[in-house]
Design a protein around this ligand. Structure first.
Ligand SMILES: [Zn+2]
Length: 271
């Protein structure tokens, strides 16, 4: 699933392609991609709107449109947003196309159909309950420590809880915990001040690096121009089951933690 670095990269790619462009038409080969309002209403309401800005909040993309409405998108497991010419032959699994006034279209391609679009007046309806942005100034080592101490759960699921911290998912949580040398099942309340500080620095570091490397193409993720990212080539534990730890050469382990594949080094990250 695309996480903060992937969605941020997509945002950066969409800004030059979309801002200032007028939406001429919405075509919905699979109307279920529209969550709000009805697909017919969506088609009607979006026509003629100019894209005034593109933002990210957690793993959501937000398109500020002229007029009162805002378009919010979530890519979930397999969603991709690709900017392609009108006359390009459609890709398999294209669920929606927003045709723009420069002969290109924003194509929402989504093999598993879990992604969604919301066209709303008040963005809070969709993203109002998200947790803190980990790269925001308001987030710091002390804030993280308070969040960790106010819960008594394994640390990895807390990092992935979008209502607590928005944007971190499976891959970057594993990477941050490895860098901070913390076992993913450690209880949050038992983490020492030094560990909380290391974890804060590791979170910022892996996210910033992920953005600099244009995201991780371990699954279907692509940038809006169809190029892959290359952050996964630098992963130290995520998706490296059985391979040697770069720090100590112990084979990387994979366990299921609350149903999610979790990679760690059993020697560098002791329970
Ligand atoms: Zn190791």
């Amino acid at each position: 699933m695309p996480e903060l670095p992937e969605v941020e990269t997509i945002k950066n790619g969409l800004i030059p392609a979309l801002v200032g462009r007028r939406i001429l038409k919405a075509s919905l080969p699979w109307p279920g991609q529209v969550r709000r309002p009805s697909p017919d209403q969506f088609r009607q309401d979006i026509v003629g709107r100019v894209v005034e800005g593109v933002r990210r909040r957690g793993k959501y993309l937000i398109l500020d449109l002229s007029g009162p409405l805002t378009l919010i998108l979530h890519l979930k497991m397999t969603g991709c947003l690709l900017v392609r010419p009108w006359d390009a032959s459609p890709l398999p699994h294209t669920r929606a196309i927003l045709c723009l006034d420069n002969y290109t279209g924003l194509n929402f391609v989504d093999q598993r159909k879990f992604g969604g679009m919301w066209l709303v007046e008040d963005e809070k309806e969709v993203i109002g309950r998200l947790g803190i942005e980990p790269l925001d100034r308001s987030f710091g080592a002390d804030v993280l420590r308070k969040l960790l101490l106010s819960h008594d759960v394994p640390v990895k699921p807390l990092l992935c809880d979008q209502m607590i911290i928005a944007g971190i998912g499976n891959m970057y949580a594993d990477e941050a915990l490895f860098e901070a040398r913390i076992h993913p099942e450690r209880r949050t309340r038992q983490l020492k001040p030094g560990e909380c500080r290391r974890l804060y620095q590791a979170i910022c570091h892996v996210l910033v690096e992920g953005i600099a490397r244009c995201g991780a193409s371990v699954s279907t993720y692509q940038q809006p121009d169809g190029e892959p990212g290359f952050a996964h080539l630098f992963f130290r534990v995520a998706h490296r089951r059985g391979e040697a730890c770069y720090r100590c050469e112990t084979p990387i382990r994979r366990i299921a933690l609350r149903g999610r594949g979790t990679y760690f080094c059993p020697r560098c990250q002791r329970a």
